[in-house]
Every structure is written in C-alpha cells, then in structure tokens.
Design a protein around this ligand. Structure first.
Ligand code: M6R
Length: 622
C-alpha cells in the first residue's frame, strides 16, 4: 500500500526521492508526492499529484528544486478519494511542516474537529493531515493555548508530543522548514526502516527503497523515533532516551529491484521459483534429520499439538489449504484454514495445545497481524511463515520460517507462494515426525522428492511456454472462466483463479470438481473455458468424469496434466504438461503453468501484470 521515502545529505534530493518512490511502486498506489526544504526559504516545496510516479517526475523535472533534505510518498487511498489534494505530503497551516504517513489514524475525525475549532484550516480529506496540524501546535504552541503545552521549537519533541494524541497505526516522516537538514521519523504498527549511506541519511517504509544506498538498516520498533541529519542518525526509545540501534544487514542481490532482462517482474519472479525451492530447503536436512530450529517448539511440544489453524489472506490462504491437506495427511492433526479477516472476528476454539500458523508474504497484512495477536492472547502458540525479515508477523510470532523467496515486486504473488508451500510442507513433516506418524526414513524420502520439484519446475518453464500461450489465446476473450480440480488440486485451482482475475480482470471462480453439478455447471455453454488440474492422483478418474460432463455441454477444456497422459487429449482442447510427482507435491509444480497462463491472458488483454488496478502488495489496513 502506501510507501515512504526520505533523504537528507549534501546533494539535491529530488531525484533520490523520485527513484526511491519508483522502488516503492510495486506496493500499489494511486498518487504520489514530495516535500523538499528549499535552501534559504521559510517554506517547503511540496509537489503532489494523482497517478504514477513518472507523472510526478515529469512535473518536478522543470522545477528548481535544489534542496538536500526531503520526504516522498506513494498513497493508496483509504480516507478520501485519490486526488491531488489528498496525495501526501500534507502540510501545516503555515506550510512549514510536511508529513508523510502510512497507516490509519482512527480518531482523526475527532482530532480534525478539535483542530478546526482552534483555527486550523484543512486542505484534504485525509486522516494524515491532522498530524501536520498537531505537530504544528506542538512546535509553535497552540494559538489559544488550548490543550497544548508551550511551544517546543524542536521537531523531534513536537512529533513525539503530537503522536501521543493519535489512536491507530502510523509510520511517519516529517520535515520542517525551520530545521534545515532534519527529518524526524517514528512508528506504531507500521514499518519504518532507517539507514546511513556514504554521505546521507535515509528513511523508508520498505528496505527496497534503501538498497541502492545501504545494506545496513535499522528497523524501528513501535514507539521508537529517529532524527536524521546529513551527518548521521540518532535513535530514541519510547521514553525519549537515546538508544543504540540494532543494525540488520540485508544480503539481497542488487538486481532484486531490476527486471534482469525479463519484460516484467512477474515473469522474472516465476522463473526464480526453482531457486526458491532450493534456498528454502537449504540446510533443512542435517545428518539425515529435519532441522527447523526456528520453530521455537521442541518435538515434545509439537507432539502435544492437537489442533492447527492456518490463518492467512489471498494467495497465502491458498498455501494454507495445501498445508491442511499435508498436515492432516501426514500428522493426522485436525487443521482448519481461515481467512484472517474472519478468524479475528469470531471466537475460534483455542487452547494451549492449539498451534496457529500465520502465513504472510509481506508480514504486514493487517488482518493476519490482528489474528496473531488475538490467538496469542487466547493462549495459542503462533508460528509465522513470512518472506520479510523483521516484519511484524516475524516479530510477533513465537517462531518463524523465512521463505527465502527474496523480495517479491510484482503485486501477484508467485515465488512467495512456492516458498510458502515448501515451508509449510517442512512444517507438516516436522509435525508428522513429532507425532510419530512418519518414520525418519519416510521423512528423508519425502524431503528428497520435495527437493526434486526445483528441477521439475525448471522443466515446465523450459518446455511448456508455447502450450500455455495457445491456451491463453483460446480463452482471452471469454467473459468468465471456471477452474476445477479434486483433492489437493482444488487448492491449486483456487490459486489459479485468483491469479487470473487479479491480473487479467477476467472473472474466474474455482470449484472442487465434484461440486460442478450442484450449481456451477449451469454456467457452461459452448466455448466456456474450464481450466482443470487433472494430474495423476487417486482422484484422477473422478476428475475426468467431471470434465466429461463439461465437455458434453461444449466447454473449452484446458487441462494441466501429467507428462505422458495422452488420454486427456480426448476431452481437453489444450493440454499443458507437468512432470509426474507424488500427488502431495503437485501444488509446487502444477501452480506454475497456471501462473504463466494468467500472465499470458493478462498480456493479451493489454493489462499491466506487475501493478494490477486497485491492488496493493501489502494490505496494511483492515
Ligand atoms: O502479504 P500477504 O501474504 O499477507 O498478502 C496476502 C494477500 O493480500 C496476497 O496474497 C494477495 O492475495 C496477492 N495479491 C495475491 O497475488
């Protein structure tokens, strides 16, 4: 969703801010802006507009913006429609304080009314603007002295005083014309990272905006704040005392934010999946034993687990559906998968022997975080599976597995899904071993086959492109499509349908194939696309029967099938092959052609596959 970047140094920051904002584009946004201190001026230069960062870049290109300290923002509308007035940065009445903010200020309506009553003029509909006015009051003293102490004339103190009035989530960066070269930042429930480059200090809401400048970053904790100057950065705890920061080294490849020769990030990330499998498994089998030290639970504690909830959203939820199948199959522990947004508002049955597994690529998803907190209060152990080091999901869980997908830029999750499924498979194997349901020998054999999926994905990538493109061409103009499969393949179909609709805007639904005749089959008329995962499995024949019912009504059938299955061609119009794998590993292979199919359809329909409309990469609001 929203993104923050800020820099203070000795060089003009305009272009640094614009390139930082470009790094944040993947998160999804509808408007963007910057605020820069102008040398010798009592005001700030603020430029904000609706639309892409490229538009902002053209607008500022011809302006004389020479300041060496500034902040920038990409906004994804929550309070107030996407508009230039609502785009950040937001300023105080005098225009000398500017704020960029991620998160939501829940009591903004009451604060706004209060501030208007004290003579402040608002120029936007956003919740953020109250912060600019609150900081102004703390800096200058309130005009009539109501509700504020004396003027601080100190940006750090003013920010710290202002945020005490705020209920909600915030990560903010603030500049003030009276304090040249100073940026103040603080956070609560919304990430802020700070880093020192060779000659400048940087702040951002996401490490990716800093990686050109530094690999050593400080992830602020809730309540902490930092004061950045061209010479260095000072960190403070919630009480305002100076603290030593904990520095995290980021070892991502520099080309992480580049397309590396691929036409889009989505294709690049799909092609990274063999590596993701290998990296996620690296070091997990030590001396013939499964090694997942980060679990934070002993085998004895795992043995006590009698119920598992997997909580997640979107694609991560689909990874959870696969986990349910594997945990119940191997460990025989009853497992429920719930959308985090539902879990948090009901009263799930949780005891101290319940294990809650929270799955989140970004590690920031608001609903998943709220569900984690709720589960822990109720006594469950929470285990996080995330892709982002130091993310809120990682910090708030009792144990965590990092998926080793590396930064995912395209909004549609692909490689992070594969990383999640592989990690959840490891968790299921651990639970099965702890429960004594699988022997060490069985675990080793399954682990080895899991490792083979890296090569098998590579085979799909190397050989199936033409078949996928043909299938895409055949369905690109359809108004709707159905994905059907049975058993573990139905979970793959849910993910395939989500991928298709989110990037191509072609309506798609997924059903367990056995459900077709209970309703969805009414949709089938000649040419209606039915996409199926009909790989070899104990329910293959059942799936084929369901497909025949669709074929009889004229459906255009696109089948993902096992290499060598010639019979499937009798009912399918298009066949995409995947290598033969054990049924439980099908999600790791058969999802890949569905990702590629969604991308091909989206491109044929002229869609932006990396940044689909209305979507954000990290959904940090409820
Ligand atoms: O970061 P998370 O895994 O918690 O995100 C959950 C969903 O928002 C995410 O998977 C979303 O559905 C993606 N756009 C799917 O491609």
């Amino acid at each position: 969703m929203c993104g923050i970047v800020g820099c203070t140094g000795s060089e003009p920051v305009r272009d640094i801010l614009i390139s930082g904002l470009k790094r944040l584009e993947y998160r999804g946004y509808d408007s963007a802006g910057i605020a820069v201190q102008q040398p010798g001026s009592e005001k700030l230069t603020v430029v904000h507009r609706v639309g892409k960062v490229a538009g902002l870049e053209s607008e500022v290109a011809n302006q004389e913006i020479l300041g060496t300290c500034g902040i920038g923002h990409t906004r994804w509308a929550t309070h107030g429609r996407p508009s230039t007035a609502n785009a950040h940065p937001h300023t105080s009445c005098a225009g000398d304080i500017a704020v960029v903010h991620n998160g939501i200020i829940e009591n903004f309506a009451e604060l706004r009314e209060e501030l208007i009553g004290r003579g402040h003029t608002f120029t936007s509909e956003t919740d953020t603007e109250v912060l600019a006015h609150l900081i102004e009051e703390a800096y200058e003293g309130a005009p009539d002295g109501t509700g504020a102490a004396e003027a601080t004339h100190d940006l750090l103190r003013a920010v710290r005083r202002a945020v005490r009035r705020v209920v909600g989530a915030y990560g903010i960066a603030v500049v003030c014309a009276q304090e040249p070269g100073v940026i103040v930042t603080t956070r609560k429930d919304s990430p802020i990272v700070v880093g020192r480059g060779e000659t400048a200090s940087y702040v951002a809401s996401d490490i990716i905006a800093l990686i050109d400048a530094t690999r050593d970053v400080v992830v602020l904790e809730d309540g902490e704040s930092a004061k950045l100057t061209p010479e260095g950065i000072t960190y403070y705890n919630e009480a305002g005392a100076e603290i030593e920061p904990h520095v995290t080294h980021v070892d991502w490849d520099l080309d992480i934010a580049e397309k590396g020769g691929y036409p889009d990030f989505m294709l690049k990330e799909i092609h990274e999946q063999p590596r993701v499998v290998r990296d996620t498994l690296a070091g997990r089998m030590v001396g013939g034993e499964l090694a997942i030290d980060e679990l934070g639970l002993t085998y004895e504690e795992l043995n006590l687990v009698d119920r598992v909830y997997v909580i997640a959203c979107g694609t991560s939820y689909h990874a959870g559906l696969i986990a349910k199948n594997l945990i119940e199959r191997w460990a025989r522990i009853p497992t429920e998968v719930e959308a985090a947004s539902e879990f948090r508002y009901r009263d799930p049955i949780i005891t101290t022997s319940t294990l809650v597994v929270a799955v989140s690529q970004s590690g920031e998803t608001a609903d998943t975080l709220a569900a984690i907190r709720d589960a822990r209060i109720k006594g469950a152990k929470v285990f996080g599976i995330t892709n982002v080091i130091g993310s809120p999901v990682a910090r708030e869980s009792d144990g965590v597995i990092y998926t080793k997908a590396n930064k995912e830029i395209a909004v549609a999750s692909t490689k992070s899904f594969i990383g999640q499924v592989v990690s959840l498979t490891l968790l299921a194997l651990s639970l099965a071993q702890a429960k004594g349901r699988l022997t060490t020998g069985q675990v080793r054999m399954l682990f080895s086959e899991l490792g083979d999926t890296a090569e098998q994905i590579q085979w799909i990538l190397d050989t199936q492109g033409p078949a996928i493109d043909e299938a895409a061409e055949a369905m690109k103009d359809a108004p709707s499509a159905l994905f059907v499969g049975r058993g573990i393949a139905s979970a793959i179909c849910y993910e395939g349908a989500l991928k298709l609709k989110e990037i191509s805007y072609l309506h798609a639904e997924a059903y367990a194939a056995g459900e077709m005749k209970h309703g969805p089959i009414a949709l089938i008329d000649p040419g209606f696309p039915v996409i199926t995962v009909a790989t070899q499995s104990p329910v293959y024949d059942k799936t084929v029967s369901n497909l025949k019912e669709c074929e009889a009504r004229g459906a255009k059938i696109i089948a993902v099938a096992t290499e060598g299955d010639e019979d499937i061609k009798k009912i399918a119009d298009h066949v995409i092959y995947v290598p033969r794998v054990r049924d439980c590993f099908t999600p790791i292979t058969a999802t890949v052609p569905l990702q590629l199919l969604a991308r091909s359809v989206a491109l044929l329909r002229g869609c932006d596959v990396d940044q689909p409309r209305n979507l954000a990469k990290s959904v940090t609001v409820e």
